[in-house]
Design a binder for this molecule. Sequence first.
Ligand SMILES: Nc1nc2c(ncn2[C@@H]2O[C@H](COP(=O)(O)OP(=O)(O)OP(=O)(O)O)[C@@H](O)[C@H]2O)c(=O)[nH]1
Ligand SMILES: [Mg+2]
Length: 199
Amino acid sequence: MANKIFANEVVFLLGAAQKSQFVHNKLPQLVLMGASNVGKSSLINAIFHQKIAISSKTAGRTQQINFFLAKNPKQPFIVVDMPGYGFANVSKQKFTDISQICLDFLTIDNDQQCLLLLIDPIKQLKQSDLDALHFLKQRKFHVVLTKSDKTNNTIRDAVACNIKQIIPDFNGKIINTSINNSSSIIDLQKIIISSLYLK
Ligand SMILES: Nc1nc2c(ncn2[C@@H]2O[C@H](COP(=O)(O)OP(=O)(O)OP(=O)(O)O)[C@@H](O)[C@H]2O)c(=O)[nH]1
Ligand SMILES: [Mg+2]
């Protein structure tokens, strides 16, 4: 049952500004990454029906890697809200720091991850999305096309088609979501459950 797993308490653990602060334990991890303002924090709140992550109209709101613990009694897991890449309204130095910490996190060995790359299809694929797709090429991940209440099938299909051109053997899922469409959130919950073998 999708909803039960996501109905448990989720607590903020810490915000990591450097690699030494990363949460290391054996729990499976749900990781959301993607461009600034794509809707990562909002989607976390929608998945768990709780206000957990801080969402904002201002791009670059999340500037550290935020770790949360989802207290599912049978199988607790970690939720990771990544800072957005590209277009964040931060200084050049800060931008480099953020890129570095994302890179550090994504290169850590962790085979128990459900990695979600969020893309807002209305903006087409930006250079930063292309970079992320190339970077993730060899890994198992899913693409979440966000804000589907603002797009249509033609726009979404074009982006999905581009992704398959970039990674012809892509075997993750491409899913459309909107925080305003509960059935899309349930579909995403099912993908998370099967990717993390949650009970
Ligand atoms: N219409 C619509 N707006 C959305 C949706 N998801 C998020 N938003 C809006 O998009 C904006 C950015 O959302 P965030 O969740 O803060 O985005 P983020 O990816 O966490 O941004 P950073 O932390 O800056 O990287 C907010 O104004 C949200 O309300 C959606 O499904 N539909
Ligand atoms: Mg955020």
